[in-house]
Design a protein around this ligand. Structure first.
Ligand code: FES
Length: 157
């Protein structure tokens, strides 16, 4: 049974018309699948490869080059929370914030909470150093964070 939905296939085919080579759609296709399923399965890799006229190994190589993507054994939670650990955030308590969140949610960086609600990760500079320490919650950057502020954000998810 196919993993990619008809809508995904249509969007991937549509994206192919916007680039000189189908291979350029590999990353957007991987994003699309991961956003929907919270991981990219081997079957999804094969289906993306077929749509892009690539060997599945080419899609897998691209996927595994980036730490961003998750396979079937490391599925993401519903939300992804990145805690910046680069210099500005580190100097403003980013490392302590990450440690505190790990303790609060009983996870190590990269792991997902038991209820599947969040995956907690460390990030390098999020480009918002003036608001250190920063976190990224899915696509939203949040500045001047504390454990309490993150907890409030998570409780509203
Ligand atoms: S160092 Fe954290 S946002 Fe730049």
């Amino acid at each position: 049974m196919a993993v990619l939905t008809d809508s995904m296939r249509e969007r991937i085919r549509d994206l192919c018309t916007k680039y000189p080579q189908k291979q350029a759609v590999t990353l957007p296709a991987l994003h699309m699948v991961q956003d929907e399923f919270r991981h990219v399965s081997l079957e999804a890799i094969k289906e993306i490869a077929a749509l892009l006229e690539l060997h599945p190994a080419e899609v897998h190589d691209t996927m595994s080059f980036y730490g961003f993507y998750r396979d079937e054994d490391h599925k993401l939670g519903k939300h992804r929370v990145w805690v910046c650990r680069s210099i500005s955030c580190m100097l403003h308590g980013g490392e302590e914030l990450l440690a505190s969140l790990c303790e609060k949610y009983h996870v190590k960086p990269g792991e997902t909470t038991a209820d599947g609600k969040i995956t907690l990760e460390f990030a390098e500079c999020l480009g918002a150093c003036e608001g250190a320490p920063c976190i990224l919650v899915d696509d939203n950057c949040e500045m001047n964070m504390t454990t309490e502020k993150v907890s409030t954000l998570v409780s509203k998810m």
